[in-house]
Write a protein that binds this ligand. Structure first.
Ligand code: 13P
Ligand code: SF4
Length: 363
């Protein structure tokens, strides 16, 4: 097998050859060696905007997870964009098809459709706006678009919920209960008004009729197994052992962690927060390990700790490595694309409706 140095050179060769035709996008959770070779990096919102705005590129290699590559395909190949390129589509590839997201997998489209039907037995679904976190399959985004809903990311969930409440008095939030709960709490909605829908429960997602009738936000019972590992005890230990330390977490963390943290935000906001802090600031950060380790390296003037005593890393993000990136890029250059992510037209059309609403409310 090749060394990272050899792989780096081979990848660089393809980048030189394809020039501006190739755009390598990297999510902040990617490994350093992948980030180094990315043209642009960002959080989920920034990356979806970059894909939407990409103009002269022909290929996007997405270093991230499956739902992100789907979103890039949907947005980069909007009909008006394809027309601008004289009918030319952008080919989006995911270097390793096994780079999924366990949270996105927690809301399968048939479960969602069943839940919608069940809810309709108890409350008027015309009065529910479905909102999905971008961490979801394109089929769920399409469902949401079709039913008058909107997509959000961790950086605009509040705006998406406000938009939803300007239309209906209830929201059904997929798939991350924590992002949904943490965001709704900041809007004054109480936990009693947020029943959790368990797709495996026999009746009404495990709720009584009264709970659903009294609901404001119905939370789908999904979570991120990486962020769920940060505990409030970890916060307490750091505060005890490191006086003055500030706690910075991602809103995919549980309520009890999120509400005692000093700052909560998307990976983009986490990076900006550290970037704008003075030397000597002490942080304990609760998000994916690779990002925290990179922040440690980039900010030796601050004291940065990982919030959990155990390793919390996203195993699927980690699947993207130089070997897979090299293999997918060399195939692109050879005109034999592998691991292409191409969402079917009907799904793409309705997903786009929900994604464009997000781009509008967060502009
Ligand atoms: P953001 O980069 O949008 O904060 O998302 C974090 C995440 O878990 C992506 O899967
Ligand atoms: Fe999914 Fe969590 Fe990994 Fe993000 S960190 S891709 S939400 S499993």
């Amino acid at each position: 097998s090749l060394s990272n140095e050899e792989l780096h050179q081979r990848i660089q060769k393809v980048r030189d050859e394809l020039g501006s035709k190739l755009l390598i996008l990297g999510h902040h959770y990617q490994q350093d060696e992948v980030i180094e070779l990315s043209d642009l990096r960002g959080d989920s919102y920034q990356l979806s905007k970059l894909a939407a705005e990409s103009s002269d590129c022909r290929f996007i290699a997405f270093c991230g997870v499956h739902f992100m590559a789907e979103t890039a395909d949907i947005l980069a190949n909007r009909p008006e964009k394809v027309a601008e390129r004289n009918g030319q589509r952008v080919t989006v590839v995911l270097p390793d098809m096994a780079a999924g997201c366990s949270m996105a997998d927690m809301a399968a489209i048939d479960q969602v459709e069943n839940a919608w039907d069940d809810l309709g037995e108890v409350i008027d679904t015309n009065d529910i706006t479905p909102v999905t976190y971008i961490n979801s399959a394109a089929s769920l985004k399409a469902f949401v678009g079709k039913h008058g809903g909107i997509v959000c990311t961790s950086s605009n969930a509040d705006k998406a919920l406000q938009w939803a409440f300007s239309r209906t008095s209830r929201v059904l939030f997929f798939p991350d209960q924590h992002l949904g709960r943490n965001t709704a709490l900041t809007m004054g909605i109480t936990e009693e008004q947020m029943p959790v829908w368990n797709p495996y429960a026999q009746n009404l997602g495990g709720n009584t009729e009264a709970q659903l009738v009294d609901s404001k936000v119905i939370l789908w019972q999904g979570h991120c197994s990486v962020h769920q590992m940060f505990k409030k005890e970890h916060v307490a230990t750091f505060r005890q052992n490191h006086p003055g330390i500030k706690i910075l977490v991602h809103p995919e963390c549980m309520r009890e962690v999120n509400e005692i943290a000093d700052v909560s935000g998307s990976t983009g906001k986490i990076i900006e927060t550290v970037r704008h802090s003075p030397a000597g600031t002490k942080w304990a950060i609760g998000t994916e390990l690779h990002l925290v380790n990179r922040l440690k390296k980039e900010h030796p003037e601050q004291e940065i700790h990982f919030l959990s005593p155990v390793v919390c890393m996203c195993a699927t993000m980690y699947r993207i490595d130089l070997a897979h990136l090299c293999w997918s890029l060399e195939n692109l250059a050879a005109g034999t694309p592998v691991n292409e992510i191409h969402v079917d037209e009907e799904t793409a059309k309705w997903s786009r409706v929900a994604l464009e609403r997000m781009l509008e409310v967060s502009a």
